[in-house]
Design a protein around this ligand. Structure first.
Ligand SMILES: Nc1nc2c(ncn2[C@H]2C[C@H](O)[C@@H](COP(=O)(O)OP(=O)(O)OP(=O)(O)O)O2)c(=O)[nH]1
Length: 215
């Protein structure tokens, strides 16, 4: 099912017209106490959908055939896990890769990903490291947590950081297992590190806060 997105700006509701998206589907909204009414017009058929109020910039999903026409959700923060991968072969370095995914594209981030249902942070971190680099970890433990909110990008992650060492019994150098997601992995010295404008926001923030995985 093809879908398009638009932004819902509660304060704009007085203007009636919310947005006309690129594929020509008309999205209108009007205030109705604490709920909004979104009208969607596809192929000359207009349907109204009552939606609850949502935070600013909350996306509205509008599908082509009206089925589930508006699934406007109150968005909740997502949980990400970033892993400080340390190695005896590269003292005082952490493993970073230039990201190709939409969030933080072109910036250096740690191996990691989204926590899956039922996983611990450590399990998530170890799984992501193996999926992305082929490396196995040992002695992995919690290291820090951040609440990262970037309103302009509709980004809110509770970001857990874990750290551990490469289990060299199963290989000691990373492979770029997901070249569609990462340009390649590099060991970077934590003291000299990288220019912060080249670093993915959560990693940048934790570094600026003085966190040190070697202490
Ligand atoms: N990988 C990684 N994720 C981070 C970091 N800081 C915050 N995150 C948050 C934001 C990311 O969108 C989210 C999930 O990480 P990725 O985008 O790398 O996930 P991945 O493409 O592996 O997705 P998946 O877990 O397979 O859905 O975790 C970091 O330094 N590295």
């Amino acid at each position: 099912m093809e879908s398009v997105t638009a932004d819902y700006h509660p304060q704009d509701l007085k203007t009636q017209d919310l947005q006309v998206n690129s594929s020509g589907d008309m999205i209108k909204a009007q205030p109705n106490a604490s709920v909004g009414v979104v009208s969607c017009t596809h192929d000359s058929v207009t349907m109204k959908h009552i939606v609850t109020s949502a935070p600013q910039n909350c996306p509205i999903m509008v599908t082509k055939n009206h089925a589930a026409c508006v699934s406007m959700q109150r968005e909740r923060p997502k949980v990400g896990v970033g892993v400080f991968v340390l190695s005896d072969c590269h003292p005082h370095c952490v493993l970073v890769g230039k990201r190709k995914s939409s969030s933080g594209e072109g910036k250096y981030g740690l191996p990691g990903g989204h926590q899956e249902f039922g996983e611990s942070w450590v399990e998530c971190g170890e799984r992501e490291v193996e999926e992305e680099t082929g490396l196995r970890m040992t002695g992995t433990r919690f290291s820090a947590v951040l609440n990262v909110v970037i309103p302009d990008e509709n980004y809110h992650y509770v970001e857990f950081f874990v750290q551990g060492h490469v289990d060299t019994q199963h290989g000691s150098e990373p492979i770029n297992v997901e070249p569609d997601k990462c340009d390649g992995w590099e060991w970077v010295d934590w003291d000299t590190f990288l220019p912060l404008d080249t670093v993915f926001e959560p990693l940048k923030v934790i570094r600026e806060q003085g966190f040190n995985p070697f202490q």
